[in-house]
Design a protein around this ligand. Structure first.
Ligand code: GLN
Length: 197
């Protein structure tokens, strides 16, 4: 199995590190040709407008969109989630495949970043059904204001704010599992890649 990490900007090294720790062949993606042999793709945290600008320049938008539409597992964390969303309420280059309406910087500025323990049922299943909260780190994070019919909500804050969701082969989290020592979200994604969706 080979998983690519979009390496235009942002915290792609952290994703790569966790994948390697989980014995997955991880590769950095900067060119369309580097998407070809992949079984899955992670779009990291960073700055979605920068991703957009560089992805347009390198001709990556269409090939990533094609990969998503072909049913290959693709996971976006934070800026990656924004990049996958169909609607972010502003004009910027997007892959625009996931039927979610996202609000960028929804919790305020960098100083308003926060960490919180979340109950994520799909991850508990991985821990033999034992409830075991996931420590979620939010950094100038987006949230999902609306999700389409085919989208499964995976995690919410206590007030109901949607912060993780899945639509078939597409996975999105407002927070950064790559910045924790907890590999369960990566294992969950790898499981999807193993199943091919
Ligand atoms: N605020 C960033 C954006 O709008 C996302 C922040 C992040 O990925 N930590 O693109």
């Amino acid at each position: 199995m080979r998983i690519g990490v979009l390496a235009l900007q942002g915290d792609f090294i952290e994703h790569e590190k966790i994948l390697r720790e989980l014995n997955v062949h991880a590769t950095q993606v900067r060119k369309p040709s580097e998407l070809r042999e992949l079984d899955g793709l992670i779009i990291p945290g960073g700055e979605s407008t920068t991703f957009g600008k560089l992805a347009v320049e390198y001709g990556l938008i269409e090939p990533i969109r094609a990969m998503c539409n072909a049913g290959k597992p693709v996971w976006g964390t934070c800026a990656g989630m924004i990049f996958l969303a169909k609607d972010v309420g502003m004009r910027q280059p997007l892959v625009a495949v996931m039927d979610v309406q996202v609000k960028r910087n929804a919790f305020g500025r960098q100083v308003d970043s926060f960490e919180i323990d979340l109950d994520i049922p799909v991850l508990n299943a991985i821990e033999n059904g034992q409830p075991h909260p996931f420590h979620a780190i939010f950094i100038r994070a987006p949230l999902m204001e609306r999700v389409g019919k085919g989208v499964q909500v995976l995690a919410t804050l206590n007030d109901g704010t949607i912060v993780a969701a899945r639509q078939n082969n597409l996975l999105a989290t407002s927070f950064h599992p790559e910045l924790t020592r907890d590999p369960r979200f990566h294992r969950y994604f790898i499981e999807r890649v193993g199943k091919g969706a």
